[in-house]
Design a protein around this ligand. Structure first.
Ligand code: ATP
Length: 339
């Protein structure tokens, strides 16, 4: 957490420096796979990372610590700086400032021990799935086992199909298998499920959990709230090039102190932030988002303030990382509709 930049803005921000908070993080179990021989220290350690593209301040002082054997997500809206951060960790981009350690060494030296799925990876159209995996393995100096890898990503039945004839979802799964060609300790996935239909997305989640079960560390980016909640034991919420919150998803949500989020239509002048029971209120485009502990109390107050008709358009849902993002930034993470 870039405390120097943001601490004064966000009253409960500098959690990462709280020793009790750190202890809770240490208690999160790693994957059940066999521990790797040199598994001391974090898989990824980043301090004070900065990167500008001309006038664009893409990354503005990011700190990360990715524990070995855990699935960790960088969650944030489009343009938050996730890909830039990942590309620096992968050794594909040079930072303007900051320190980076990957598997205890520099990104360049760690590269052979890291598997990377880029956001837009290209495949050789004329090669079959098996040929593609064999080729990529040899590029790393590994003799990959295409059969096992294709089974892992549920592509065994199209093993001899040329990649140009794969569906979009199959191509993404093959790209996932390609990240494993070099038997990596750390797997970095940049938006692994963007553009996938809900079923393929869930299948990909199962595969990512499989990597964790094998004892690998997984670092992924996503702008899907549910993906981060489902997969990650630790989440860094990133906005405008900075970490605005970090923690275990359930902890971050619990720390909101709200039992539910209510969404209700109404004008800004309704001033619903003053309703009894409301802990936090945001207004955007004709709707209020209200967080509170006692839903009944808020509904009764809404009835009195806006009238019974307003209650027909109220939705109530449990709080999520979306609410954490909203509380920290005052905005929603815009997600594309399910494919
Ligand atoms: P997305 O989810 O859309 O991929 P992101 O969180 O990964 O977004 P980045 O791709 O790191 O964010 O982009 C951060 C900022 O830097 C954005 O404003 C983006 O437009 C800008 N940016 C990224 N790459 C370049 C580049 N090569 N040249 C100039 N600006 C760039």
């Amino acid at each position: 957490m870039p405390e120097g930049d943001l601490g004064w803005l966000i009253p409960w921000a500098p959690r990462g420096k709280d020793p009790q908070f750190r202890r809770r993080r240490d208690q999160i179990p790693a994957g059940s796979g066999a521990p790797r021989p040199d598994s001391a220290g974090p898989a990824v350690w980043v301090r004070g990372l900065r990167k500008n593209y001309g006038p664009v301040l893409a990354v503005r002082g990011i700190d990360l610590e990715i524990r070995r054997g855990q699935i960790v997500a960088l969650l944030g809206p489009n343009g938050a700086g996730k890909t830039t951060t990942m590309e620096i960790i992968e050794g594909l981009r040079r930072p303007d400032a900051g320190e980076i350690k990957v598997l205890g060494t520099t990104p360049a030296q760690a590269r052979r021990r890291v598997g990377v799925q880029l956001q837009e990876g290209a495949l050789f159209a004329d090669l079959t799935c098996t040929e593609t995996l064999t080729l990529f393995g040899r590029l790393y100096g590994f003799e990959a086992n295409p059969k096992t890898l294709l089974e892992l990503v549920d592509l065994a039945d199209v093993a001899e199909r040329r990649t140009e004839r794969l569906s979009g979802g199959q191509k993404r799964r093959l790209q996932l298998a390609l990240t494993l060609c070099n038997d990596p300790e750390l797997v970095i996935l940049d938006e692994p499920t963007t553009g996938l239909d809900p079923l393929s997305r869930r299948q990909t989640w199962a595969m990512i959990r499989g990597l964790h079960d094998q004892g690998r560390t997984v670092l992924l980016t996503t702008h899907y709230i549910e993906e981060a909640e489902q997969l990650a034991v630790w989440v860094y919420i990133i906005d405008a090039g900075m970490v605005v919150a970090e923690g275990a998803p359930t902890t971050l949500i619990t720390e909101l102190g709200a039992a539910a989020t209510l969404s209700v239509a109404g004008g800004r002048d309704a001033q619903l932030e003053t309703l009894p029971g409301v802990l936090r209120a945001e207004y955007s485009e004709g709707r209020w988002e209200l967080q509170g502990k006692e839903v009944g109390l808020i509904l009764t107050a809404l009835n009195q303030r806006l009238g019974e008709a307003a209650l027909r358009d109220v939705s109530v849902r449990p709080p999520s990382l979306e609410d954490v993002f909203l509380a920290r930034t005052g905005r929603h993470i815009a997600t594309e509709p399910e494919a």
